[in-house]
Design a binder for this molecule. Structure first.
Ligand code: TPP
Ligand code: MG
Length: 356
C-alpha cells in the first residue's frame, strides 16, 4: 500500500526514480572498476544498497531547499534537483563533471584537487559543505535555515547522518536547538547497522534510532530504506511538516552497509561481520524492490523487469550491459571529463589558506 505522497507519483516518476537508483548504483560500481583498472586513486565510500535513501529523500525537494550530505552520500551532490534535467546547468545540484572531477582530484572540481571525496559544497546550489566531524552536518544546517527564515524564506534542509553519528554530543545539541527554535531541519539517519567496525547494539540501547526524537519532543519516523517509495513518503511528511513552520523531525531509514566502511576496509569487513548477516542485509536490493513495486503498480511489465539485471551484483560481477544505456552514457561523460582534466598548478597549494 502506497501512502498519500507516493500515490501521486506518475508512471514517469516511477521510471525516473528507477533510473536514478541505477545511476547511483552505477556511480558506485564504475568508480570501483576505474580504481581496479588503475585510472583512479583515493578511498571510495560505497553507498551500494543504500541508494533508495538518497533518491527517495531528494526527489520531493524544491530547488531552493538545502542538503547537508556526508561520506556515504556522494551521489546526493549530483542527484539534488535532478528532476529539473540531468544535464540542465541551471538546476540546483552539482554537475556530473564537477562530482567526477572531485573524485579524480582534478582542477574542475569544487575543491580544486584538495581531496577526492565529499569535502565539497556549493552556496549557489544550496549544498552545505560536508564536514568530517560526524553529525557536524546538523548545526551547520540549522544555522543555514535559521538565517533563511530570518530573511523570509521557506527553505527546508535535509541532513544525512549514519546511525553511529547519533552518539555524538553535537547531534544532541543541534537537534535540540532545531527543536526549540522550530527550525525546518529534517535529520535523516541512515541506519546501515554498522559504524566502521561497531554494530548498532554497541552504539545504542534501543532498537529504533528514530526514538531519539522523543527526547526533543519532535516526530521520529521510520522508513524502509530499501523501498524508495517509503523513503519518499516519510521524508515528504517531514518536509511538509518543517516547511509549514512546525519544526524538525528525525527520519530513520533502515538499511544495511553492503561492504566495508570504505574500500580500504573490504577484506577485513568479511571477518568482523558474520557472512550470513551480510548476505541477509544485501538480500533486499533497492533496485529489485523498486522493480517489484512497479510491476505491482502496473508501471512495468514482468518481462521489462528482467531487463538490465544490475540488482544483487557487486562491482566484480556487474557489466555495463546490466544498466540502462542512459545511465552509462551520463556517467561516462563525467568520468571522461575527469580523466582528461588537468591538475591545478603547484602554486595553488597555499590558496584559500590565508586571506589574500
Ligand atoms: C567525530 C568523529 N569521530 C570519528 C570519526 C571517524 N569516522 C568516520 S566515519 C565513522 C563511522 C560512521 O558511522 P555511521 O555514522 O554509522 O555512518 P556510516 O559510515 O555507517 O554510513 C567514523 C568513526 C569522525 N569522522 N568524526
Ligand atoms: Mg552506519
Amino acid at each position: 500500500m502506497l501512502g498519500p505522497y507516493s500515490q501521486k507519483l506518475t508512471a514517469d516518476d516511477h521510471r525516473e526514480l528507477l533510473n536514478q537508483l541505477y545511476l547511483a548504483r552505477y556511480f558506485d560500481v564504475r568508480l570501483i572498476k576505474e580504481k581496479k583498472r588503475g585510472r583512479l586513486r583515493g578511498t571510495l565510500y560505497s553507498s551500494h544498497n543504500q541508494e533508495a535513501i538518497l533518491v527517495g529523500s531528494l526527489y520531493g525537494l524544491k530547488p531552493n531547499d538545502w542538503i547537508s550530505p556526508i561520506h556515504r552520500d556522494m551521489p546526493a551532490f549530483f542527484l539534488k534537483d535532478f528532476r529539473n534535467g540531468w544535464r540542465n546547468p541551471g538546476r540546483m545540484g552539482m554537475t556530473i563533471q564537477e562530482v567526477c572531477a572531485q573524485v579524480w582530484g582534478k582542477q574542475g572540481s569544487p575543491g580544486r584537487a584538495r581531496d577526492n571525496w565529499s569535502h565539497i559544497g556549493s552556496k549557489a546550489k544550496h549544498i552545505i559543505h560536508s564536514t568530517s566531524m560526524l553529525a557536524g552536518t546538523i548545526p551547520a544546517a540549522a544555522g543555514v535555515v535559521y538565517a533563511d527564515r530570518l530573511d523570509g524564506g521557506d527553505a527546508v534542509v535535509l541532513t544525512y547522518n549514519g546511525e553511529g553519528s547519533t552518539a555524538q554530543g553535537v547531534f544532541h545539541e543541534a537537534v535540540n536547538f532545531a527543536a526549540v527554535h522550530r527550525l525546518p531541519v529534517v535529520t535523516i539517519i541512515e541506519n546501515n547497522q554498522w559504524a566502521y567496525g561497531t554494530p548498532t547494539d554497541m552504539e545504542y540501547s534501543l532498537e529504533d534510532f528514530a526514538r531519539r526524537a522523543d527526547g526533543y519532543g519532535i516526530p521520529g519516523l521510520i522508513a524502509d530504506g530499501q523501498n524508495v517509495f517509503d523513503v519518499y513518503e516519510k521524508v515528504m511528511e517531514a518536509v511538509d511538516f518543517a516547511r509549514s513552520g512546525k519544526g524538525p523531525s528525525i527520519v530513520e531509514c533502515k538499511t544495511f552497509r553492503a561492504y566495508g566502511h570504505g574500500d580500504h576496509d573490504d577484506d577485513r569487513a568479511a571477518k568482523y561481520r558474520p557472512t550470513d548477516e551480510v548476505a541477509q542485509g544485501r538480500s533486499r536490493d533497492p533496485i529489485a524492490v523498486m522493480k517489484r513495486l512497479m510491476v505491482a503498480a502496473g508501471t512495468m511489465t514482468a518481462d521489462q523487469s528482467k531487463e538490465h539485471p544490475a540488482e544483487g551484483k557487486g562491482a566484480a560481477e556487474v557489466t555495463d550491459a546490466d544498466f540502462p544505456p542512459v545511465v552509462v552514457e551520463y556517467l561516462t561523460e563525467g568520468v571522461e571529463f575527469a580523466v582528461n582534466d588537468t591538475v591545478p598548478p603547484g602554486e595553488e597549494g597555499g590558496m584559500w589558506v590565508f586571506r589574500e
